[in-house]
Design a protein around this ligand. Structure first.
Ligand code: FES
Ligand SMILES: [Fe+2]
Length: 395
């Protein structure tokens, strides 16, 4: 991102601090809850938002060295990312070409992938290199792994889950590329990984990461009681950022702009369409990466949560273990149970709509993006729900 753009954002934060008024987006928006509970909508989302679009599914730090791999998924489609001997990150469908068995789980380092069922073996660049009783097959039946369009740049790995899909990295990230580039994601090390099935619609976790309105109430002993009111929300193409800043930003007032550091003492939590959230300030010591992958029902997802640290922090055991414990507590003991409660209330019919206030502008932005991508009219859905319940939609 150009320094001038960073300065403009820093000035915006300083103006909010001076005015002692929290940032407010343009509208408070009422949205139908079909987006969290409706099976037809959910099935459409899996196709339109996930399987037909590129996805930012990993950081380069997930597979730093040749032979490193990371097995994950995109909306239940199993994906294997591997760094080849040539240093290139490649994505494949994680399925053996004999009878489809998954070849790898989790993260690790391998010279190749041998299928546990009948021993077909594939190289790290996806080539089928060994088949027991080779003469039992016709030559054209012995195939390499199915490669997926994959692009690695600025410390992130983007994969299209459709082998025939189009992946234009710059078009996919748009102006968000500059924001991520400034985070220097390539300089981090993976320090913790967690994955669990969660009893929420995948969007709850994105929503939870993208506003600080809840922080003083849900995280008073972990993140503190500062409501972060001075933190603007910004749209970057299909993506949204929730700008974060520390007390250092006030020191800029005493410096001429030419001496402001490139970071301008602000960072961001970024929602990359549709469900990747990457958080941490510029050059912040710890970074989180989260993707909640839809499973078969609207109210369940696979929650992938990964933490990264700057090398000097990664080597400091005490600082690192405290930081990991804090992030895990916030995400899985504070945020997730609250999101589960919201999901269950929605499924019970206790609420027919939700409201995103002006301090939840990123959520409104992301949800409107989802609606646009699947052709959903939320306002009409709210009106028809209200009509069915015999209430005014403003009640
Ligand atoms: S399914 Fe993989 S070798 Fe048979
Ligand atoms: Fe939270």
């Amino acid at each position: 991102m150009e320094k001038s753009e960073r300065i403009a954002i820093a000035k915006h934060i300083l103006a909010l601090i001076d005015s002692e008024k929290p940032y407010m987006g343009e509208e408070a928006w009422e949205a139908d809850i079909g987006r969290f509970v409706d099976q037809d909508r959910f099935d459409l989302e899996k196709r339109k938002l996930f399987l037909e679009r590129p996805q930012l599914i990993a950081l380069s730090a997930d597979i730093p060295n040749p032979g490193d791999y990371y097995a994950t998924d995109i909306a239940e489609r199993p994906i294997l990312i591997v760094r080849g001997k040539d240093g290139v990150a490649r994505g494949f469908l994680n399925a053996c070409r004999h009878r489809g068995v998954k070849l790898a789980e989790g993260c690790g380092h391998a010279k190749g992938f041998t299928c546990p069922y009948h021993g077909w073996t594939f190289s790290t660049d996806g080539e089928l290199i060994s088949v027991p009783s080779r003469q039992a097959f016709d030559p054209e039946q012995m195939r390499d792994l199915i490669a997926l369009p994959t692009h690695e740049e600025i410390g992130v790995i983007v994969v299209h889950p459709d082998p025939e899909g189009q992946l234009d990295f710059d078009a996919f990230l748009g102006p968000m590329k500059g924001v991520l580039e400034d985070m220097e994601l390539g300089s981090y090390k993976l320090v913790h990984q967690h994955r669990e099935p969660a009893r929420i619609n995948w969007k709850h976790a994105v929503d939870g990461g993208m506003e600080a309105y809840h922080v003083p109430f849900l995280h008073p002993t972990t993140f503190g009681t500062d409501g972060g009111g001075y933190l603007p929300h910004m749209q970057f193409g299909d993506h949204h950022a929730f700008i974060t800043s520390g007390p250092d930003i006030r020191s800029l007032k005493n410096l001429p702009e030419s001496e402001w550091p490139h970071s301008c003492h602000w960072g961001s939590v970024n929602a990359i369409f549709p469900n990747t959230v990457i958080g941490g300030g510029n050059r912040q010591a710890i970074l989180f990466f989260q993707r909640t992958e839809p499973m078969d029902k609207p109210g369940v997802c696979n929650y992938n949560y990964r933490l990264y640290a700057q090398p000097e922090v990664a080597e400091n055991e005490k600082v690192l273990s405290d930081a990991i414990a804090l992030f895990m507590k916030v995400a899985f003991e504070e945020d997730l149970p609250t999101q589960v409660s919201s999901q269950i209330m929605m499924e019970s019919g206790a609420v027919k709509s939700v409201v995103f206030g002006k301090r939840e502008a990123c959520l409104t932005g992301m949800h409107k993006g989802y609606d646009a991508a699947i052709g959903h009219d939320s306002d009409a859905a709210v009106r028809s729900n209200s009509a069915r319940m015999g209430i005014s939609s403003t009640r």
